[in-house]
Design a protein around this ligand. Structure first.
Ligand SMILES: [Zn+2]
Length: 201
């Protein structure tokens, strides 16, 4: 939905921006959800996921702590990119924290051969933090390489996304979700206004 791993990670919590998120808006409810996120994004292989699941069942308390850390990092990444989506600069302290998070990721990564160069890989790490590293790296890449002018926030919910439309015209996280809801609400409001108009006049 977000079009970028870091923004998709921010979008693992939903609901309207103006309200405090409800429990139902939380998509990261267990360590397993973090593993699923990595599998969906393609940042974890099936093999790595199996290893992490095994380790999480052996060390449940550590897995819980990693989940809590993941949510903290989600707040950090949002703090970096929401201002950007509003044409503002992220606070210096947030940038410093993002750098530290990415430095941690790089310290745990390996350089592996890719088609036309080398790529960061966390494939052989058996630490429970592993699902976080590709997210940290994606956030660093996005903030350093952009396209920052394409980072937008949904006009209706708290989700951030990368606008890849030609004329930068995307306003909703998805046309099926918030885009449709807005259309429905406008329709209902118009009908209500018409009805009010005909009953009073
Ligand atoms: Zn939305």
């Amino acid at each position: 939905m977000g079009g970028n791993i870091a923004l998709d990670f921010v979008d693992t919590i939903g609901g309207p921006l103006v309200a405090k998120p409800e429990p139902i808006d939380e998509f990261l409810r267990s360590y397993e959800d973090l593993v699923m996120f990595g599998l969906k994004m393609g940042t974890l292989s099936e093999r790595a996921a199996r290893g992490l699941r095994r380790a999480a069942s052996e060390r449940p308390e550590e897995a819980e702590a990693v989940l809590a850390r993941a949510r903290e990092k989600r707040v950090l990444i949002e703090a970096a990119f929401r201002p950007v989506s509003e044409g503002q600069e992220p606070p210096a302290a947030v940038l410093a924290e993002l750098r530290d998070f990415a430095a941690e990721a790089i310290a745990h990564g390996e350089l592996t051969r890719a088609e036309d160069g080398f790529d960061w890989s966390w494939e052989s790490s058996d630490e429970l933090d592993t699902p976080l590293w590709p997210i940290a790296h994606a956030a660093l890449e996005l903030i350093t390489e952009g396209p920052l002018d394409r980072i937008k926030s949904c006009g209706r919910c708290r989700w951030l996304f990368l606008d890849t439309t030609k004329n930068h015209s995307r306003r909703w996280c998805s046309t099926e979700g918030c885009g449709t809801d807005v259309k429905k609400e406008r329709y209902v409001a118009r009908r209500r206004a018409r009805r009010a108009g005909s009953s009073s006049g």
